[in-house]
Design a protein around this ligand. Structure first.
Ligand SMILES: Nc1ncnc2c1ncn2[C@@H]1O[C@H](COP(=O)(O)OP(=O)(O)OP(=O)(O)O)[C@@H](O)[C@H]1O
Ligand SMILES: [Mg+2]
Length: 403
């Protein structure tokens, strides 16, 4: 099994997929735009350095030249910005896997909603807009509150809720640099994920996690410690609509093999509404969280699923895995952490990772990365206890920065 893996070293979690591929016996032919990271060299059969991984035409030409005359079985990429590039390469090389058109359904937020809606599933009413005039017309048709967001967005960047024409005026000024937006009906309610490792569009593994609070809120207030919790009991009636929606979305979009990460809303009336989906793993350590939920290694099982169409890990859910992201108060470098000792005395036995930024570490941009100034990963078999513990980490642990 010879696999070309585009973006094998960046972002850092891609190295885990590289390891997974090697561990299931694949030869990994990595592609990246820097030197091969030391920690994955032993998993790589060969490595191609390209000047700019996001320069599609250039990468395509270089990969075609590099692989000419060799038998390649698969071409994969798990980082969102390289998904279309990978699909284009597959088509050029005559390799199996999802086509450019299929991947587009997972990248273009308007197209994905149209395809999902065409399958009779509930999506927010929406319109594509390229000009200011289009946006005002969309507002007329959709009404307020309305969401305005980039067609190919990530990390909630440039995503706004508008409650009035005055709001919309302000938002239009702020998003002038965005080429194309999706205007959507604002959906009230809770927000969840539906994540899968799929084989031929069927989930061999699936997961639901809840965002607390919703990403759009977490991203607008710096004092918030965003929390994501994987839900242990997926059989509870409250989630059945979202899980069914997720399965049908995979069918509607023609999912093949690999990870998917969907976001959906549960309205106060109990209706599940589609949010968005990617044919790639969720970011911000969500795969680690899923691993902690079941005590498995999805980096390796993903590799087994995409290479050999088998999934061999247990899907029994033992824990609610919780991640709590922290943002320091102040600017510059982290100077101290308060409340951590007390938290550890009380909850230490449930802590699986403490990756809070230590004194001396420069602050990260919390708007650009959910990771912010580090995180605590916790797990507990009971939902209420898990919630209590995450609340204690949110309010009881404080990082300070200064100087
Ligand atoms: N129609 C909607 N109704 C209510 N909230 C919405 C809607 N669309 C987006 N949001 C909010 O904005 C957030 C970001 O939107 P979306 O997930 O589409 O963008 P994104 O930039 O791809 O996000 P990310 O990469 O963080 O998952 C959502 O998680 C949700 O909280
Ligand atoms: Mg999203």
């Amino acid at each position: 099994m010879r696999v070309v893996f585009v973006g094998c070293g960046y972002p850092p979690e891609m190295r885990q997929y590289t390891r997974g591929l090697a561990e299931v016996g694949a030869e990994v032919w990595g592609v990246g735009d820097g030197p091969a990271p030391d920690d994955i060299k032993r998993y790589l059969t060969d490595y191609l350095v390209v000047p700019r991984i996001l320069d599609e035409e250039d990468v395509i030409a270089r990969v075609l030249a590099w692989t000419r005359g060799r038998e390649i079985d698969k071409l994969l990429g798990n980082w969102e910005p390289v998904q279309l590039l990978a699909a284009r390469l597959r088509e050029r090389m005559g390799l199996p896997g999802m086509s450019v058109d299929t991947v587009l359904g997972f990248r273009d937020k308007q197209l994905m909603k149209e395809r999902v809606a065409a399958a009779g599933l509930r999506v927010p009413r929406s319109r594509r807009a390229m000009t200011v005039k289009d946006v005002w017309e969309a507002a007329e048709a959709i009404g307020y509150p309305m969401i305005v967001k980039p067609i190919a967005g990530a990390g909630s960047a440039d995503t706004y809720r508008c409650d009035s024409a005055t709001d919309l005026d302000r938002v239009l000024a702020a998003i002038r640099h965005v080429h194309e937006v999706s205007c959507e009906e604002f959906i009230e309610g809770e927000e969840y994920t539906f994540d899968t490792v799929s084989i031929g569009g069927r989930p061999a593994y699936f997961n639901v996690a809840q965002y607390l609070p919703k990403p759009i809120v977490a991203r607008s207030e710096e004092w918030i410690s965003p929390v994501i919790i994987t839900v242990r009991d997926l059989a509870q009636p409250k989630l059945s609509g979202g899980i069914e929606l997720g399965r049908r979305v995979l069918d509607a979009l023609g999912m093949g093999d690999g990870f998917t990460h969907m976001e959906w809303f549960l309205t106060p009336k109990g209706e599940a509404v589609f949010g968005e989906i990617g044919c790639r793993p969720g970011g911000a350590n969500l795969v680690d969280q899923m691993n902690y939920t079941c005590d498995i290694d999805l980096f390796r099982e993903w590799a087994r699923a995409v290479c050999y169409h088998r999934f061999e890990a247990s899907t029994e859910r033992k824990w609610h895995a919780c991640i709590v992201f922290k943002r320091a108060k102040g600017e510059g470098r982290v100077t101290r952490i308060e409340g951590l000792d007390e938290f550890m005395r009380k909850y230490g036995k449930w802590v699986v990772e403490d990756k809070l930024s230590r004194p001396g570490t420069p602050r990260r941009n919390w708007k650009q990365s959910l990771i912010s100034d580090g995180w605590m990963m916790l797990r507990h078999p009971d939902w209420d206890e898990a919630r209590r513990m995450t609340a204690a980490a949110s309010t009881g642990i404080t990082l300070y920065a200064g100087g």
